[in-house]
Design a protein around this ligand. Structure first.
Ligand code: APR
Length: 164
């Protein structure tokens, strides 16, 4: 049974096996969580992402999918990059947001990870309403089969939305 924690903080500071990156399909960095992870993780993370793009992920990482790289200078052992769906008022992309969590957990477990930290995927630049993202994220990590899941939220509003 997984322990699920909700903390206010910076995901790049977390001492867990896997830190989940709210990436974009290019895997080549961006702002928000993505920018922070690449800035703190250093060039090793981007180099590994570039290798993925030169290989199996030539067309980029699809929304909802997840892939691991080393974590470079971060305290974690791996970064699992996942691409959240952009919010749409006309199309229900909830399953894709759930997939980000399911697939990140699947990759983490395949690596033998025992602890994983998630940001509030899609709720920043991708504009997903925080309350709805929280509902989807919490449902997606139920019975995850990993020892520790930590949601690392960047502000009180998001923390209060995610914490049951
Ligand atoms: N630690 C934890 N949470 C953070 C951090 C951080 N260092 N920085 C930002 N956040 C929060 C944001 O406040 C938001 O609640 O993470 C959540 C997700 O925001 P984004 O990082 O903007 O991610 P997302 O909405 O999924 O958009 C992804 O943004 O950075 C680009 O390359 C990325 O194109 C992709 C898009």
């Amino acid at each position: 049974m997984a322990t699920i924690e909700y903390v206010l903080g910076d995901i790049t500071e977390q001492e867990v096996d896997v830190i989940v990156n709210a990436a974009n399909s290019s895997l080549l960095g961006g702002g928000g969580v993505d920018g922070a992870i690449h800035r703190k993780g250093g060039p090793e993370v981007l180099d590994a992402c570039r290798k993925l793009r030169a290989g199996h992920y030539g067309g980029g990482l699809k929304t909802g999918q997840a892939v691991a790289t080393p974590a470079g200078r971060l305290k974690a052992r791996w970064v699992v990059h996942t691409v959240g769906p952009v919010w749409s008022a006309t199309e229900d992309r909830s399953a894709l947001l759930a997939d980000c969590h399911h697939n990140a957990l699947k990759v983490a477990k395949s690596l033998g990870a025992r602890s994983i930290a998630f940001p509030a995927i899609s709720t920043g630049i991708y504009r997903w309403p925080v309350e709805d993202a929280a509902r989807i994220a919490n449902a997606a990590v139920r019975d995850a089969g990993i020892e520790l899941i930590r949601f690392v939220l960047f502000d009180e509003k998001t923390l209060n939305a995610y914490r049951p």
